[in-house]
Design a protein around this ligand. Sequence first.
Ligand code: ADP
Ligand code: XUL
Length: 539
Amino acid sequence: MSLYLGLDSSTQSLSAVVIDLWTREVLLDYTINFNERLPEFGCEDGVLPNDDPQVAHSDPLLWLAALDLMCKELPEKGIDLSQILAVAGSGQQHGSVYLKANASDVLRSLSPRSTLPRQLKKALSRPTSPIWMDSSTRPQCDEIEAALGGAAAVAELTGSACFERFTGPQIRKFAQTEKRRYANTATIHLVSSFMASVLAGKHAPIDHGDGAGMNLMDITRRRWSAAMLKATAPGLRAKLPRLARSDAIVGRISPYFVEKYGFSPKCRVVAWSGDNPNSLIGVGLIEPGKVCISLGTSDTYFGFMPEPHVSAEGEGHVFGSPTGDYMSLICFLNGSLTREEIRDAYGLSWDGFSKALRRSKPGNGGKVMLPYVFPEIVPNVLEPKVYRYWLRENDVKGNVRAVVEAQMASMAIHSRWMGVKTRTIYATGGASANREILQIMADVHNADVYQFEVGNSAALGAALRAVHADMKASDCEWSWPEVVRGFTDPIRESRVRPDKAAVRVYREFLKLYKACEDHALRGGPDPAKARERLLKKLA
Ligand code: ADP
Ligand code: XUL
């Protein structure tokens, strides 16, 4: 047996995937849902309640409680933790954790007789963590961009224009509004590097994959950008961990996990990365040509990229790929939670939701929704609002189809900058279990869509990264195709093919959707003409 563990600390849950390298088997794919298992932290879907819809913080102690629970339950699921050779992980991107100077001591001397939340609480200089759903830092983004000579200059330098949820603008807001706490902060971690630090019992580096989501790292040189640091907050350089390759070994696992849960003291902790860079590996995107759409809390559209090629429209991102290359990504905040909102508004189950999709037709009779239930990242919408065009609110089937068609159309339109003409899409994330949603994806994008055995591509990707880094550290480096072989093949039988007639309808529908978006967000002309053209096609 050669076991590797991949963890995924995501918005709504902590997942673990355990693989056996020699038999190429996934031994366990297990999730602890925060709402169900840890309601005492007061988060709803992983977010602390706040009166301001633009503010989204979480409780970092919740993530730690989930880690304790996971380590306790893995053996109950049949996993012998003493056999795990290395562990790597995945964190929701952009979120940040603020620690006092005593954190190094606290991390080094964790007592197995107490819990992680209880012990780390005294090391937090800020009790809550802003996460990727936060959109409250537009003023800070504007200030930083102005200091650097505009959004395009920031995008060229860091791989993305300033985005509200990115760590740099979040740190700037904290430094401006909570000066004392900022001064009291010795180290600022990402969710990924924070969790890795806890596992290793010492401050872990930030990897190039997740570091690219901060608006602080020079994307081509892969080091902190002095200009970005200066424009962001005073004294920031000293508060950031070092940057490292995604295959860096942080160290051996901390005695806390050895004594309390039975890990081997030899188990290596590999640098953690963001959930999207991990998913890239988890679906085997180690060369260009295919794209992945992840339907998780957010919907993301991403692909492998050999060279950093930045979005001219300022809507996408370039992150580091764990292979040492790059990846392109667009994040749509209104993903699963928005589909859930519509589902719940009509009192449906997922079965009922799917039934409504089956009973309605492509193009939805020219009914359109712009479902910004939450502030949207792409296109940028700060005030949440659901727009309906020719769509009555009491039309159950119409609304269900409209939300999915809108999400798929928005992805197709806003991903054009990537210039990828793909005939194959890999679908992952919780909602990829829904075949009716995948059919609309296939039809709108005119591509075959495949599912995967392991739903959690981020945790699987982390386990595979653990393999790669552990081999390398043992002086036996494996190529990436060798590492992922047998783990990342899509399920052949899961293929969803585009329907020719539907593809034709959606070609026209995309124009209508774009016209509605222009009308709602940019004061464009009435979209009625575009609708007439679609109706003609439907007739
Ligand atoms: P994350 O990792 O971002 O926390 P997941 O990838 O685990 O999220 O996806 C969780 C989401 O999957 C839930 O919010 C839920 O809305 C969605 N989901 C689960 N099953 C279905 C289904 N059958 N149809 C549509 N969505 C689903
Ligand atoms: C990506 C993004 C989200 C988070 C949470 O830029 O903000 O996908 O990583 O999943």
